[in-house]
Design a binder for this molecule. Structure first.
Ligand code: ZN
Length: 208
C-alpha cells in the first residue's frame, strides 16, 4: 500500500493507515464528477497499481469488476451507516464472511496484518475486511463516513473531537447544503415578497 498515493486519491481528510486503503477504495466512484475507476478492467487495474494494492503482474478480468463493485457498495453502505450514526445490521451482515488473512510480526514483535500487495482480488477483499475489523477494535471505524451532501457522498475521515463531522469539505459541501437548507426554509417568504415571474419555474414555493 502506497500511503502517499492513497492520500492523493482521497483528496483531504485522510484516514490513518491502513484504513486509508478502505477510504480510497470507497472513493473509486466520484458521484460529483460522474466518474468511476471501476468502469473498465483497464481503469481498475491502473487504479490498483497506483494505490499499490495488488502485485504488478495481477491481471483484472471483466468478472472481477462485478465482485469489486459489490464489495465497494457494501463498504459504502457501512460508511453511510457511520454517517447516520445508526447501526445497519444488514450492511454488516453483507460484510461478514470468510476472511483469509496472513499475519506477520511487526517491528515491535507484535502480530500485524500482512498488507503487502495482494496476489489476487480475493486476497485484497480479505485485506480490506480485515482492516475494517481491526479499525472497529481500535475505535476508528465509526469515523470513516460518507459526506452528507447527496450530490457528493465522498468518503472522508472525521477527525473532529466529538465525531460530529458531516461533510468532506466544509467550505464546499457544508456551506452549499447550509445555503440550500436556508433557501428552502425561506422560500415561502421569498416567494411572497417577489413577483410570481421571478420564482424559478418547476420549483413551486413550499406549501403551495
Ligand atoms: Zn462532500
Amino acid at each position: 500500500m502506497t500511503e502517499a498515493a492513497l492520500i492523493e486519491m482521497v483528496e483531504g481528510k485522510p484516514a490513518p493507515m491502513p484504513l486509508l486503503a478502505v477510504q480510497a477504495f470507497a472513493n473509486t466512484v466520484d458521484i460529483e464528477d460522474e466518474s468511476d475507476r471501476l468502469e473498465s478492467a483497464e481503469s481498475f487495474e491502473r487504479w490498483l497499481l497506483d494505490a499499490g494494492l495488488v502485485e504488478p503482474d495481477h491481471e483484472i478480468r471483466p468478472h472481477h469488476l462485478r465482485i469489486a463493485r459489490e464489495l465497494r457498495d457494501t463498504l459504502r453502505d457501512n460508511l453511510a451507516s457511520n454517517s447516520a450514526g445508526e447501526p445497519d445490521p444488514e450492511a454488516a451482515r453483507k460484510r461478514a464472511g470468510t476472511v483469509q488473512i496472513e499475519l506477520r510480526p511487526d517491528e515491535e514483535g507484535h502480530l500485524a496484518l500482512d498488507l503487502s500487495p495482494a496476489p489476487s482480488l480475493a486476497v485484497l477483499g480479505s485485506q480490506l475486511m480485515a482492516i475494517a475489523f481491526q479499525s472497529q477494535i481500535e475505535g476508528t471505524w465509526e469515523r470513516l463516513k460518507l459526506c452528507e451532501n447527496p450530490d457528493c457522498r465522498w468518503a472522508f475521515y472525521d477527525n473532529s473531537r466529538n465525531r460530529s463531522g458531516s461533510w468532506c469539505r466544509m467550505g464546499l459541501c457544508g456551506n452549499r447544503l447550509k445555503n440550500r437548507a436556508y433557501r428552502e426554509r425561506h422560500r415561502g417568504e421569498i416567494a411572497g415578497s417577489v413577483t410570481a415571474a421571478a420564482v424559478r419555474p418547476g420549483r413551486p414555493p413550499k406549501g403551495s
